[in-house]
Design a protein. Structure first.
Length: 319
């Protein structure tokens, strides 16, 4: 591949899609790519790296249920690292992060070992969208800190969380790129000039791009990714259509009810008040209709409650 190679930003085979990301960085024979990427993130020299291949589960159909699509590895000093690619926004991101990082620490001690053997745990989350709006940096490092104004020496350092927000990187004006930025430009795959610059200046990114080209020639993989994209688009469209339909039905029903109440009062003010009341009733009915639709789709009660703004017990009683 030369510096004039074609980059298709609209391809279904792009590095930040879960399956492609995993194939690039956790396939046997690609350990050097993961090692180089982690060195750029952690700013350390890694002597060796072992992949946790037991967690590799790639679906063979668009609606295939995947338990794990993250990358787990162990460094030469027994540090455990987990990398998670998060393409879609989620209101439960922090809950997921806490659950996963806690699980890592809980399993960082082998059976029969004492606490002195507890391994360091690093959880890395690559987010496609902005999340920490109060922070302008695209990368942030998190550890436990006391909720006091006094300064403390470092404690609880065996658990660390790192967030990388790709959208902030896209908007950043970078004059002198680092190796990490070369890697992230490749993974983000949204800017041809930046990708070519990464290819030109990073030997490991160049190898990763060549691996990506090999994946692009895998017709079975391309077909799977196309079908998965179509499946996700259909799911989003169906949910949007159902929510719009439920909103319209609820508003119509509420306004009609409000007008009837106003007419019964027999005065113009009553009709106006009835319409306003009907709108409020309609909004509530819309929320209930949407909640019913989302229940039928199998979404968790807690997530539905967050989405529509109704109490969980009311959603549980909806039929």
């Amino acid at each position: 591949m030369n510096s004039n190679f074609d980059i298709d930003l609209n391809s279904n085979i792009i590095p930040k899609k879960d399956i492609i990301f995993k194939k690039l960085f956790s396939s046997q024979g690609n350990e050097n790519l993961l090692k180089a990427f982690l060195e750029a993130i952690l700013k350390i020299k890694i002597k060796s790296i072992n992949l946790d291949l037991d967690k590799e589960q790639i679906p063979d159909s668009p609606d295939g249920k995947v338990s794990y699509l993250d990358i787990k590895a162990e460094l030469h000093d027994e540090t455990l690292v987990n990398i998670e690619m998060q393409m879609a926004s989620s209101i439960y991101l922090e809950d997921r992060v806490l659950k996963q990082s806690s699980y890592m620490v809980a399993n960082a001690l082998k059976k029969g070992e004492n606490y002195q053997k507890l391994r360091n745990c690093i959880s890395i989350w690559i987010l496609n969208q902005d999340y920490f709006h109060e922070n302008k940096d695209y990368i942030s490092y998190w550890t436990y800190k006391p909720d006091t104004p006094e300064k403390f020496n470092p404690h609880f350092e065996k658990s660390k969380i790192i967030f990388i927000e790709l959208n902030k990187l896209r908007k950043a004006d970078i004059i002198t790129p680092t190796e990490l930025e070369y890697w992230l430009w490749f993974i983000d795959y949204t800017n041809k000039e930046r990708i070519k610059m990464a290819y030109k200046n990073s030997k490991e990114v160049q190898e990763a791009l060549e691996k990506l080209r090999e994946l692009s020639s895998d017709r079975a993989l391309v077909d799977l990714m196309v079908r998965m994209d179509d499946f996700e688009t259909d799911q989003r469209s169906r949910q949007q259509e159902m929510m719009e339909q439920a909103t319209a039905e609820g508003l119509k029903r509420g306004i009609e009810q409000g007008i009837e109440q106003g007419i019964e009062q027999g005065i113009e003010q009553g009709i106006e008040q009835g319409i306003e009341q009907g709108k409020r009733i309609g909004e509530l009915e819309s929320k209930r209709e949407i909640a019913k639709k989302l229940k039928k789709l199998g979404l968790p009660i807690k997530e539905i409650a967050e989405t529509v703004g109704l109490p969980e017990n009311e959603i549980e009683n909806l039929i």
